[in-house]
Design a protein around this ligand. Structure first.
Ligand code: TRP
Ligand code: ZN
Length: 882
């Protein structure tokens, strides 16, 4: 229980470990009422440590210590010290064997860190600092050791016993117990340790590597989920092949295992040879998972697999380097997904997440660089900045170097640092050494927080045929960082002529139009640049920051004519979509606070009409272009947002579009409903997306044809995407009778499937019709709700506060008080989840004072809770500025 401030850990205070561990021998005795862990470490003094007399210091958390022995001799109590968080042994030889026996209670572990129980099975989560909840150990990633793990448990309730590496021995014991011993030949940090014991079934496959080795692939699930593993297995094999072809990386053990667990704080974990997954990120069937879920599973399976090289073989020196593995691995999984589906659509999805959520983080009180300089609780730094912005930073290196030199750089990185724990700087250095490029200014992307703003202006000189583009960069202040230096920004540009033709880019008057490129990556390095383009008799329309070539905000005074023009002519699909978004944002913003009945831009309606009618366009892109900017994005873009007014303006535009385009929507619905077998191709995913968008728009205007189509689709659907599309449309309509009938029927049919029940909770919690506070409270009382299950909490509380924004920001403050109540309640059982859930309140300074002061009051109430966790302490105090 916390009464004082948690300690701040600083990168500048990093020192190498005083002791190294070569081998770890573990013996787990698992029982119903607890677990005993026998650990024997071979320890030696680190020759590189400056402190040659340092005591041995091991980390521990909530452990009951039963025995400590040095070279086999029990230590008397006066020869070691056990503080709350450490075991310290002052006098030790240069090399010794240390034995520690601890007792823990996995069945009572609700934090889901260390060893815990989920639906009757034992499982672990050790990243970042969970291993210390199992045994005393130097729990830091730069201590790498070889592990041997023997698991003993009751044979009937735990027939399956898994850990990292290869199973080397198994046998029966007395009293109906048995054991399996695992050996992992690769040295690894403790955060990559994994263990699972339970009653599971396995689905098997094999993969033959490029060099001809056969790898045994297994997914372990509860028996009821046996039929839901095919997609993950197929995704895994695609990822394994892709990593060989694109990075030259082969798998290194003979067996690769994935386990699905229902209670999990995050998406999945890359434990060496034994990835552990949140069930919702691995299990799928046509009947129970939406297209979005299928895509998510493919990318997460790939992400965890790719960590085998970017994370496990080459790991992080300390947790400030987290983006070394996460940013690079997200970049890798994102490129993989682009290759498996539509690259433009994937880019749109990544940019949307970044601009909506990471930009908001970068502008808020928890803003931090991709390589933070300080933290209190590392769990709070598994953020969009570390993951998604970190991935964008790697992508920019790829853009600056080009694919060949980037590959040379990654080869050098893996070769040079295999088996080591390294820094983001080592990564950049390998890229520099392989390419000969100087990335010293580029390194600022790792050090400076905040989203750079690019102010773009232009002018045209018709006499000389010169177009001038001026770009100024500014990086806003963030907590603890002011007066930032200009960063090195790759800025992809194209220019379009009056008929939409791509113009040659000639930065020099004497250049020849023939050989000139039509797209160029400008490199911004100074606060201000002016670029000149020659041979242009009329003023071109600029296509700025193509493919979202850097994670920045672009500010340019686009006219609506220019945006409509780019929407239909830009050869870069990403920028077509972006122009449509900017037009819609502009139209919605102009209606915020405007008089009722104000005119809605007719060019927007016409642009959407063109999209709906043109089946020659890439339908996956059209499906994306039809999505209006989200409320969250509109709020992020606004200063002192009035959430109710934004919600109302967006709703007006949606209704106006749906009313004006009713015929087109019905036609689009039918055109995309033509019977065909369910397939997971980009084309058929786009078809389902288009028809479900059409349906939802029709129901926004309470159209009876739309209602009938939705009811029919709900009844006849042969897959979850269509069933959920119909349910969502009905839930968000005013047809109250149809809504409750559908919700009830859906629940009755799927009540035994937790992943589907989670979707059922979310669709209600996100709805401005079905997700007002009294209904949210009713969901919390529902028999399927479970305060110990993070997915359930996220699907009700997280979705309400993060997606149902008009209800959450109710001017009476009830949404804020509700969230504060749930966060306080959760902090005692699961502080990691509590600290994540509180995020929406931390942005209080952004909102108009009437909202902001109520948000702050709720935060203060959390701050004053007794026994605040370190996780919540850090987030709440930093956001209150205390
Ligand atoms: N390394 C994991 C990933 O991104 C993240 C993770 C899984 C995690 N579980 C966690 C981080 C628990 C903190 C706490 O693939
Ligand atoms: Zn990861």
């Amino acid at each position: 229980m916390r009464t004082t401030q948690p300690k701040t850990i600083r990168l500048s205070e990093y020192t190498v470990p005083a002791h190294l561990v070569d081998t770890v021998d573990l013996r787990f005795e698992l029982f119903d009422d607890g677990a005993r862990i026998h650990s024997t470490l071979s320890v030696r003094r680190n020759p590189e440590s400056a402190d040659a007399a340092a005591p041995v210091t091991l980390d521990g958390d909530s452990l009951k210590l039963e025995r400590v022995a040095l070279n086999g001799e029990d230590l008397a109590a006066e020869n070691y010290e056990e503080t709350g968080e450490q075991l310290v042994i002052a006098s030790v030889p240069d090399r010794f064997e240390l034995t520690v026996v601890t007792w823990i209670e996995p069945q009572n572990n609700t934090r889901l860190e260390g060893l815990y129980k989920s639906s009757g099975m034992f499982c672990t989560q050790c990243e970042a600092e969970g291993f210390r909840c199992i045994t005393y150990f130097p729990d830091r990633p730069d201590v790498m050791a070889r592990y041997r793990t023997r698991i003993e448990a009751d044979k009937a309730s735990c027939p399956v016993l898994l850990s990292n590496g290869n199973a080397v021995e198994r046998g029966d014991l007395e009293n109906g117990r048995h054991f399996v011993t695992w050996e992992d030949p690769f040295p690894k940090p403790s955060y990559l340790f994994g263990l699972v014991a339970g009653d599971l079934v396995e689905q098997r496959d094999t993969f033959t590597t490029g060099s001809g080795r056969d790898i045994d692939l297994r997914i372990y699930v509860e028996p009821r989920n046996a039929e839901k593993c095919d997609h993950a297995l197929a995704s895994l094999k695609r990822a394994m092949r892709w990593d060989e072809e694109n990075y030259g990386r082969e798998y290194d053990l003979d067996i690769f295992m994935i386990v699905a667990v229902d209670d999990f704080n995050m998406g999945a974990m890359e434990n060496k040879g034994l990835n552990i997954f949140n069930s919702s990120c691995v299990l799928a069937s046509q009947d129970t998972a939406t297209d979005l879920a299928f895509e998510r599973i493919e990318s997460i399976v790939a992400h965890e697999y790719f960590h085998n090289w970017s994370g496990n073989r080459v790991t992080c020196r300390d947790w400030f380097q987290l983006s070394l593995k996460e940013g690079f691995t997200v970049f890798r999984d994102s490129t993989f997904s682009a290759d498996m589906g539509s690259p433009t659509v994937k880019r749109i999805e990544d940019a949307t997440l970044l601009r909506t959520a990471q930009f908001a983080e970068d502008a808020g009180p928890m803003a931090h660089p991709v390589r933070p300089a300080a933290y209190m609780e590392i769990s709070n730094f598994y953020t969009l900045t570390i993951y998604e912005k970190g991935a964008e930073v790697v992508r920019m290196i790829h853009t600056l170097l080009g694919p060949e030199l980037f590959r040379k750089g990654s080869d050098l990185y893996f070769e040079r640092h295999d088996g080591q724990a390294v820094t983001t700087d080592d990564f950049v250095k390998a890229m520099e050494d392989a390419s000969g490029r100087d990335l010293s200014q580029f390194r600022l992307w790792y050090e400076q927080a905040g989203t750079p703003e690019l102010m773009v202006s232009d002018s045209h000189d018709p006499e000389q045929g010169i177009y001038r583009l001026t770009i100024e960069q500014r990086i806003p202040d963030t907590p603890g960082q002011t007066d930032k230096k200009p960063q090195h920004i790759p800025f992809a540009l194209g220019l379009l002529g009056p008929d939409g033709e791509a113009l040659p880019l000639m930065q020099d008057g004497s250049a020849d139009a023939e050989g000139a490129p039509v797209e160029q990556v400008l490199e911004l390095t100074e606060a201000r640049h002016t670029f000149e383009f020659h041979g242009l008799p009329s003023k071109p329309v600029p296509s700025l920051l193509r493919h979202f070539s850097a994670p920045v905000r672009v500010i340019y005074p686009w006219s609506r004519d220019q945006l409509v023009f780019l929407m239909s002519h830009d050869p870069d699909g990403f920028n077509r979509w972006d122009a449509g978004q900017r037009l819609a944002v502009d139209v919605i913003q102009s209606l915020v606070g405007a008089a009722e009945g104000a005119e809605i831009e007719p060019r927007l309606v016409e642009a959407y009409r063109a999209l709906l009618g043109d089946s020659t366009l890439d339908q996956a892109l059209v499906a994306k272009m039809l999505q209006l900017p989200s409320e969250a994005y509109l709020i992020e873009l606004a200063d002192s947002p009035d959430v109710a007014a934004i919600h109302h303006a967006r709703e007006q535009v949606l209704q106006h579009l749906a009313t004006s385009l009713r015929e087109e929507l019905i036609a689009c619905y039918h055109r995309n409903s033509e019977a065909g077998k369910y397939e997971l191709t980009p084309e058929s995913i786009a078809r389902r997306s288009l028809r479900n968008t059409a349906l939802s728009w029709l129901l926004v205007i309470n159209d009876e044809t739309g209602r009938d189509l939705a009811v029919q689709q709900f009844r006849d659907a042969d897959n979850m995407t269509d069933r959920m599309g119909a349910l969502r449309a009905l839930v968000n309509s005013d047809y109250a009778a149809e809504r409750s009938a559908a919700l009830e029927e859906f629940y009755k049919h799927f009540q035994d499937d937790p992943q589907v029940v989670e979707q059922w909770f979310s669709v209600q919690a996100s709805s401005d019709r079905a997700g007002q506070l009294p209904q949210i409270n009713a969901l919390l009382e529902h028999s399927a709700f479970d305060w110990k299950n993070p997915n359930k909490i996220r699907s009700v509380v997280g979705v309400f506060a993060g997606q149902n924004l008009a209800a959450f920001h109710n001017p009476d403050g009830s949404g804020y008080a509700f969230l504060a109540d749930q966060v306080c309640r959760l902090d005692d059982s699961n502080p990691q989840i509590a600290a994540r859930l509180v995020t929406p309140l931390t942005r209080w300074k952004k909102f108009a004072p009437a909202y902001g002061s109520l948000m702050r009051e709720s935060l203060e109430r959390i701050r004053d809770k007794s026994g605040l966790s370190a996780d919540l302490y850090e987030v709440v105090h930093k956001s209150l500025g205390s």
